[in-house]
Design a binder for this molecule. Structure first.
Ligand SMILES: *Cc1c(COP(=O)(O)O)cnc(C)c1O
Length: 381
């Protein structure tokens, strides 16, 4: 048996065809018909004004910050419980991230702490230039509350939907709520272009600006002419060919990941002290990764890591939850607003194999291995 991955690329029927077409027509260069088609598919899915495909989600975050006017010495409020790529681009801009902890219902940015951070910083003379929220593991954040706060203080919101393509909040797609929405098509995400990202917005000026900046900020004249600093962040027509095929499969991929979550939940429900993240009213998650939490009442700290090692012995990949950014050495000196929730999630959680290409047979094998771990664990008590 081969290794069982956390979330590996899952190709459909047509990706190869669109890539071959790019070769046949010599559209191997950046841009081309696959790019146009892929952007249209994303636009239709998100129901937004415009989408720009880029070479990574990180690039999309970087350009979103620039387009929203974030500059040297600004401060940007950012969800702490996330992958570091949510915050790195703030530093690329010379601005400073301030980290905000999560609430328990969705594990995303806590609106109460967010407002506290805004009012404190405004009181000390520094209005935050932007807010970066994340829909972690595909679960939509509390968008109504967050948007009300952002509107009250007139601060733009960047929605990091890198993990949430296909998730919805009261039936509206994640990635379509913020002043700018960011997607990632990295190899482990719900769909992949082998590497890539996209920026979505309902603001035509932002879309236009990002398209311009992503292609070296070339002015539309017959010679090379630049009025701004540009970036080489466009997606290639080859990668977009993969994305085009992947978008055709998106509904199947979401259905499979959600079914995997349900199987884990049903099968592991019998184990005491194992908790799942249910969907609050209005939230539909793409269930990018299924996560479990070991209740602190039932289990000692380190149980998650011991289960990870146990699964590894059977060549099963699992992974700890994101280590909060306020705990990362690289951000040690940054201001943060914490409530202990993301620290506890990191200490007690584990991500389980959740790829849409995980077979029933392998899923059952993972579940059997988890159950055997708990049998030993409970026998020790
Ligand atoms: C994957 C990811 C990113 C970065 O996307 P890349 O395409 O890998 O650059 C950003 N934020 C979150 C939350 C992610 O999971």
């Amino acid at each position: 048996m081969s290794r069982i991955w956390l979330s590996s690329p899952h190709m459909g029927e047509n990706e190869q065809h669109y890539v071959n077409e790019a070769f046949k027509t010599n559209w191997v260069a950046p841009l081309g018909p696959n790019v146009d088609f892929f952007e249209q598919q994303l636009k239709d899915h998100l129901t937004v004004q415009g989408v720009v495909s880029l070479n990574s989600g990180t690039a999309a975050l970087h350009l979103a910050l620039i387009a929203l006017g974030v500059k040297q010495d600004d401060i940007v409020l950012c969800q702490s419980f996330t992958f570091a790529a949510s915050a790195f681009p703030i530093v690329y801009c010379g601005a400073k991230p301030i980290f905000i902890d999560s609430e328990r219902e969705t594990w995303n940015i806590d609106p109460g702490l967010l407002e506290e951070a805004i009012t404190k910083n405004i009181a000390s003379g520094k209005k935050p230039a932007a807010i970066i929220i994340v829909h972690l593991y595909g679960m939509p954040a509390k968008l109504n509350e967050i948007n009300a706060i952002a509107e009250k203080y007139q601060i733009p919101v960047i929605e990091d939907a890198a993990e949430a393509l296909g998730s919805t909040y009261y039936d509206k797609p994640c990635g379509s709520f913020g002043d700018a929405g960011v997607l990632s098509f990295n190899g482990n995400k719900i769909i992949t272009t082998s590497g890539g990202g996209a920026l979505a917005s309902n603001n035509a000026d932002i879309v236009k600006k990002i398209r311009h900046l992503s292609a070296q900020a070339k002015e539309p004249v017959p010679f090379y002419f630049h009025k701004e600093i540009g970036y080489n962040y466009r997606m290639s027509n080859i990668c977009a060919g993969i994305g085009r095929g992947q978008m055709e499969e998106l509904p199947n991929r979401i259905e499979r990941r959600r079914a995997i979550y349900d199987v884990y939940k049903n099968e592991l429900a019998e184990l005491e002290g194992i908790e799942f993240l249910d969907e609050p009213i209005g939230c539909k998650s793409n269930r990018w990764l299924t996560t479990i939490i070991f209740s602190k009442r039932t289990y000692q700290t380190g149980t998650n890591e011991r289960l990870r090692q146990h699964l590894e012995l059977s060549d099963i990949e699992s992974r700890s939850l994101w280590k909060p950014l306020h705990q990362q050495p690289v951000f040690e000196k940054n201001e943060s607003y914490c409530n202990g929730i993301s620290d506890e999630l990191f200490e007690t959680g584990l991500c389980l194999p959740s790829g849409s290409n995980l077979s029933d047979e392998n899923l059952n094998f993972v579940i059997a291995e988890i159950k055997s771990f708990f049998k030993n664990e409970n026998a020790k008590k």
